[in-house]
Design a protein around this ligand. Structure first.
Ligand code: TEU
Ligand code: CA
Length: 553
């Protein structure tokens, strides 16, 4: 679309940092802000424009910082507010923006608001959270929590239950209460006034609940799946429009909503070109493909046709109406090369580059999750003790104890789908603990760090790192990568993802072989000099295993 609205956040490439696993500066085994400061040069070299920083706020860490006890303080393990200010200042001087994780569907149960709220029914903070009477000694309804068990926790103090969509240490805020909304907006303005560049909004699609709180259908597991009553709820757009008027519209910032359960129609409202709510949303259809009876706990692999179908649908249906975000991995997902590519040693590098090319040439803002630019893989932990994530540990207990899934199966599912796959330390070099820490890391380093690490890849011009660097440079030089329209060429093909981007008179064709075989491909008629980027040298009219190429036609 030649007349599409230009915006810096459409042209940007975002890099997600999960601080706990990025770089430890003081040997306590936990990544921290000074570690990030030390690595800003590395990010500059890669060429990214924006850092999305997973939560660094004060937190008892029931869910690694997604349970916040003070929105205006930095958690001790990560450093101080001075460290934060220094990081922001240095990043800005280098031309890198920083967006913060905004976690306001819930707080920690140790947040001052909740500490007050649970004291008495008359407490001024009572209505900051969602309290209900039980039903004959049972929770108010059958909703399950994302991290296992009931979504309601009984509180003896007042003989009532509070809602927690995630862990019981993450009580849901009551967005129906205008005071809550105002308090959240105040806090957001406080960070914006500090100079941050935007927000990634945690489960923002869940802030408006169906006020009837009805029982939900039971699908697998033991509890009701409350999705239809908690996601994209009745007032969510009203709340976001209010937030936009009160805060977002007053600053030059970018916003991306994490919108579990979002549909195309909903996305057009959240991230519409008119800009009344957010700039873009994360949709999870492609990362949920293959999910089964027990949700993500499965070993099903995604078929290419399904993947193309979902990606293509979001590309074409949002065209000119709303903006996409593009991602294959984050701190909740397995490593992208292990999941959508092929992490066997002979194919890892090539398939990681293929996935990068495939994603970065699509329309939307691309997100790189730390280590993805190195082609980092799942660690394939063998024992339950190796896992740290509450979701993984609770799911293992709940499903094996109920006799629904065997222990062997569950360990296999964890290897493929646990969030800890993304949370092993960043692999900086071939030294102790991959250069992440001088101490004992909070979670084991992937043993393949001797082969896969940043130091080695920065030296190797043919590395995954340099491939990402080149993709980012191409984006800066070619508007077509940002603004061109998308068209799938062979949606039914089971082996090749082939699409074009069209911008005025110009057209780029992208071909990606998603298999470990050589596949003949008539579409590969690139002329000499027309190639933008490829992961093999010149080849004939066939695509070698995991070959990817983008060329002008
Ligand atoms: O994730 C929201 C969410 O939907 C996840 O629980 C997701 O279903 C799951 O992680 C997939 O395995 C956000 C954050 O990204 C996540 O890290 C937090 O744990 C969660 O919210 C609660 O704040
Ligand atoms: Ca540390």
């Amino acid at each position: 679309m030649e007349n599409e609205k230009r915006a810096w956040w459409k042209e940007a490439v975002v890099y997600q940092i999960y601080p706990k696993s990025f770089m430890d500066s003081n040997g306590d085994g936990i990544g921290d802000i000074r570690g990030i400061i030390d690595k800003l040069d590395y990010l500059k070299e890669l060429g990214i424009d924006v850092i999305w920083l997973s939560p660094v706020y004060q937190s008892p860490n029931a869910d690694n910082g997604y349970d916040i006890s003070d929105y205006r303080a930095i958690q001790r393990e990560f450093g101080s507010m001075d460290d934060f200010d220094e990081m922001l200042d240095k990043a800005h001087k280098m031309g890198i923006r920083i967006i913060m994780d905004l976690v306001v569907n819930h707080t920690s149960d140790e947040h001052a608001w909740f500490v007050e709220s649970r004291k008495t029914k008359e407490n001024p903070y009572r209505d900051y959270y969602i309290w209900k009477e039980g039903r004959e000694g049972c929770p108010p309804n059958n909703w399950g929590a994302v991290f296992g068990g009931s979504a309601w926790e009984y509180d003896r103090e007042t003989d009532m239950y509070y809602l927690h969509s995630f862990h019981k240490k993450q009580p849901d805020l009551n967005w129906e209460n205008q005071e809550v909304r105002n308090a959240v907006y105040d806090m957001m303005r406080w960070w914006c006034d500090k100079g941050i560049d935007g927000f990634r909004m945690d489960v923002i699609s869940m802030i408006s609940k169906d006020q009837g709180f009805p029982d939900a259908p039971v699908r697998g597991g033991l509890y009701g799946d409350s999705g239809e009553f908690t996601m994209n709820g009745p007032r969510v757009h009203e709340f976001l429009k209010e937030m936009n008027r009160e805060v977002l519209s007053k600053y030059d910032i970018m916003t991306v909503g994490e919108t579990a359960g979002v549909t195309i129609e909903e996305a057009k409202r959240y991230a519409g070109e008119s800009g009344e709510e957010l700039n873009m949303v994360f949709q999870f259809e492609h990362t949920s493909l293959g999910d089964g009876r027990y949700g993500k706990w499965t070993d099903a692999r995604v078929s290419l046709c399904d993947f193309k179908d979902v990606m293509g649908k979001w590309q074409t249906e949002l065209e000119g109406k709303a903006w996409n975000s593009l991602f294959l991995g984050n701190h909740d997902q397995p490593r992208s090369v292990s999941r959508f590519g092929d992490d066997r040693p002979e194919f890892r590098k090539t398939s990681a580059k293929m996935l990068a090319l495939c994603l970065h040439f699509m329309k939307g803002t691309p997100y790189i999750y730390q280590g993805e630019e190195l082609g980092m893989t799942n660690p394939y932990f063998d024992r339950l003790e190796d896992y740290r994530d509450v979701e993984s540990i609770h799911a293992y207990q709940e499903l094996t104890e109920a006799g629904l899934v065997s222990k062997e199966d569950m360990l296999r599912f964890l290897k493929l789908r646990s969030r800890d796959n993304a949370r092993t330390p960043m692999q900086w070099n071939g030294g102790d603990n991959a250069g992440f820490t001088q101490g004992k890391p909070w979670i084991d380093v992937n043993p393949n760090y001797l082969q896969i690490n940043a130091e080695q890849e920065r030296r190797d011009p043919d590395s995954v790192f340099h491939f990402y660097q080149k993709l980012i440079r191409l984006r800066k030089a070619n508007e077509i990568m940002v603004y061109g329209a998308y068209r799938d060429l062979i949606p039914q093909d089971e082996n090749i993802f082939a699409y074009e981007r069209i911008y005025g008179e110009k057209c780029v064709r992208v071909l990606c072989n998603f298999t470990d075989r050589t596949i003949p491909c008539e579409l590969k008629n690139c002329k000499e000099g027309s190639i933008l980027i490829q992961n093999y040298g010149d080849t004939e009219r066939a695509l070698l295993p995991y070959e990817a190429v983008a060329f002008w036609i």
